[in-house]
Design a protein around this ligand. Structure first.
Ligand code: BGC
Length: 450
């Protein structure tokens, strides 16, 4: 059944379906050096000339560090029952290891307590890309020691927050932080090339599973997951070369991190260069890479069209830009294509071993204006409704999808793109930090009304 264009009711999804909103520490908190916080790779990267559009930085961002009560009050006002946010590793462990910053620990205690007092369930992501800079200086994700650094950090969070937080996500989008951060150099820490990318991939997979094991051991009653970026991929034409190129791009972008966790190993036969990952393998790794997560979080925004390309090293495939395809675009120049959500859900649902799926991010950046005290973001509202309709379609066909979280609460620091792309369902005037609920936010509140 197709639900696009029909009025949606949350009852159609069942009582247990989790509705939420997602954010991340670095994109919102600001207070980058307050109360003993150490620098992260993103603090350092955004201070480098030319790395962030318009020279923007996140030193203040949405000032969530000081405004968390106000923002949690807004979440409550919007009737949103689940709030996903991340812990900043260098806020709680300024040098990444050993010495704990109690003020950092206390900050998240306050956020968690405030959520619970407001009847909002906290969902914690351990790693949303803000690696302590002190660890980057030791090689960051390319150094195998990160598996134990990350394990200690996970244990610290579990021991401090596990009594109240019952939903955990180990990593946010490993493909993006290793690909953009360690291969393309577009994100922090700005490294490039296979000699960085390959070890980063392997140590990330080991850390992801180890993090899962630690959480499950220390908080057995918790629901433990991890999140993946995923784009629905289609070939540019039905020519065998384009179809094969799309298969390779899909293996790299969608399958690289989930398959080793499920015990299927890396997708080496589709991306042969990945066989070099063996250089970083140690005996026993095959087992250590696996973990039986209670759920996986999928984060989908768009579809990609892929074409054969002789000149693209290793992959021989390239994305055909949405701008050149005469399709509707968001401010990120991503295609608006709601069926991508349905196809991605079907694809991941087909993996044996996945118990439950939550859509932990979906949303869109469009230009927004504050006019007469209002922000009428009709394009975002339609985008959200159309994507939610696709979730419903997949669910009605038996997909194990049990939740949907909008990206994101307020406009925030969009990584290398700075503040121009606005993804929030709440508008922020960054000069005054004033918040205005957009039409999309008002709709979500009505949709979720208890
Ligand atoms: C990330 C967010 C980001 C969003 C929009 C996801 O890749 O988890 O941090 O802001 O997409 O680009």
């Amino acid at each position: 059944m197709d639900y696009e264009g029909q009025e949606l009711h949350k009852d159609q999804f069942g009582e247990d379906f989790k509705w939420g909103i997602s954010t991340a520490a670095f994109q919102t908190e600001g207070s980058c050096a307050a109360d003993g916080k150490g620098p992260s790779v993103w603090d350092v990267f955004s201070a480098r000339k030319g790395k962030i559009r318009n020279g923007h930085h996140a030193n203040t961002a949405c000032d969530f560090y000081n405004c968390y009560q106000k923002d949690i009050a807004l979440i409550r006002r919007l009737n949103i029952p689940n709030f996903r946010f991340s812990v900043s590793w260098p806020r709680v462990l300024p040098s990444g290891v050993k010495t704990v910053n109690q003020k950092g620990i206390d900050f998240y205690n306050k956020v968690i307590d405030h959520c619970l007092e407001n009847d909002i369930e906290p969902w914690l992501t351990l790693y949303h890309w803000d690696l302590p800079q002190a660890l980057e200086l030791k090689g960051g994700w390319t150094n195998r020691d990160i598996v134990s650094w990350f394990a200690d950090y996970t244990e610290l969070c579990a021991r401090n927050y596990g009594d109240r937080v019952k939903h955990w996500m180990v990593l946010n989008e490993p493909m993006v932080f290793t690909g953009a951060g360690y291969f393309l150099g577009l994100h922090a820490p700005g490294r490039t090339g296979l000699s960085n990318f390959l070890p980063a991939i392997h140590h990330t997979v080991l850390s992801m599973s180890e993090g899962g094991r630690i959480l499950k051991k220390l908080i057995p009653e918790a629901e433990v997951g991890t999140t993946f970026s995923c784009s629905y991929i289609e070939p540019f034409s039905q020519k065998p070369k384009d179809i094969a190129a799309a298969t390779r791009a899909d293996a790299l972008l969608n399958r690289l991190f989930i398959e080793p966790v499920l015990g299927m190993g890396y997708p080496v036969s589709d991306v042969p260069v990945l066989k070099n990952l063996h250089k970083y393998h140690q005996p026993g790794d095959e087992e250590k890479m696996k973990f039986d997560f209670d759920f996986i979080g999928l984060q989908n925004y768009t579809r990609e069209i892929v074409k054969y390309s002789l000149f693209t090293p290793y992959l021989h495939a390239r994305l055909v830009k949405a701008e050149k395809r005469n399709v509707p675009l968001t401010s990120m120049k991503w295609e608006v294509y709601p069926p991508a959500m349905y196809h991605i859900l079907k694809k991941f649902n087909d993996y044996p071993g996945i118990k439950k799926i939550y859509i932990t991010e979906n949303g869109a950046a469009f230009p927004d204006w504050l006019q007469d005290g209002k922000v009428e973001d009709t394009e975002r509202l339609k985008y959200l409704q159309d994507h939610i309709a696709q979730v419903l379609k997949a669910k009605s066909e038996g997909c194990k999808v049990d939740g949907y979280f909008i990206w994101t609460l307020t406009d925030n620091f969009e990584w290398a793109e700075g503040y121009d792309p606005r993804f929030g369902i709440i508008y922020i005037d960054f000069a005054t930090q004033k918040r205005v609920i957009k039409s999309s936010g008002k709709w979500y509140a009505r949709f979720l009304a208890r």
